[in-house]
Write a protein that binds this ligand. Structure first.
Ligand SMILES: Nc1nc2c(ncn2[C@@H]2O[C@H](COP(=O)(O)OP(=O)(O)OP(=O)(O)O)[C@@H](O)[C@H]2O)c(=O)[nH]1
Ligand SMILES: [Mg+2]
Length: 232
């Protein structure tokens, strides 16, 4: 769902719920899934919308419009018998379309996907800026993050070598994925990005709130074991 006009107003009206309700929950005795908020960020045109569409809907969007504010997509997975709902926030890369939404993006976020375009050195060079924006919005070090190089199907136009990206990822200790939202053969790799996060999140239990949710403070998690099999 695209947010247009006044993004914040529409956001509040359409979703009619506050960020506290987006925090992970498992209501015992009910089939409700624990819900985790994942934000997808990076420069405009790197393919954030196409990647999230490929994961949630299984298709490649040929002519997506630039995202205005944020689009929400959800996917529920069953991992080791537990239902996990990923609420994916596909954010706008263009500054003018994200200004009024930025606080919403980062509030109570559980995981972050940073996307760059392997055929655009500029989009890769922007990554420290995006990572810095997360820190400025109090996204803590325990929040799982993944670096994704998209548009690998355009191999002949590549401007960012895998080794170069790997060095950056290693420096931040983020996993690196290179893939293509366009190439149907890459669907499994696209899924792997979000499954990796789902497994990481699944093994996290809410530890305590350093600040009350109402004040916009981050949630912090205690890592437990990671699980090994997927039944999604
Ligand atoms: N060749 C190729 N093109 C892609 C791929 N993913 C996205 N595109 C194209 O790249 C363009 C931008 O894709 P979007 O998904 O809209 O990019 P975005 O990051 O969401 O852009 P903003 O919403 O403006 O932040 C579109 O023309 C897509 O068709 C890919 O894997 N390969
Ligand atoms: Mg988009």
């Amino acid at each position: 769902m695209a947010i247009e006009n006044n993004p914040v107003e529409v956001f509040d009206t359409v979703f009619n719920r506050n960020d506290a309700q987006l925090s992970p929950r498992l209501e015992h005795g009910t089939p409700e899934a624990r819900t985790f908020k994942i934000i997808v960020i990076g420069d405009s045109n790197v393919g954030k919308t196409c990647l999230t569409y490929r994961f949630c809907g299984g298709i490649f969007l040929k002519n997506p419009e630039a995202t205005i504010g944020v689009d929400f997509r959800e996917k529920t997975l069953e991992l080791d018998g537990e239902r996990i709902k990923l609420q994916i926030w596909d954010t706008a890369g263009q500054e003018r379309f994200r200004k009024s939404m930025v606080e919403h993006y980062y509030r109570n976020v559980h995981a972050v996907v940073y996307v760059y375009d392997v055929t655009s050195l500029a989009s890769f060079q922007s990554l420290p800026e995006w990572i810095g924006e997360c820190s400025r919005h109090s996204v803590g070090p325990m929040v799982p993050r993944i670096l994704v190089g998209n548009k690998c199907d355009l191999g002949g136009h590549r401007e960012v070598a895998t080794s170069h990206a790997q060095r950056l990822a290693d420096g931040y200790t983020f996993p690196l994925f290179e893939t293509s939202a366009k190439d149907p053969a890459e669907k499994e790799h696209v899924d792997a990005i979000f499954l990796t996060l789902a497994y990481r999140l699944k093994s996290h239990k809410p530890l305590r709130l350093k600040q009350p949710i109402e004040s916009g403070g981050p949630l912090w998690y205690q890592r437990e074991h990671e699980t090994a099999t997927c039944q999604c």
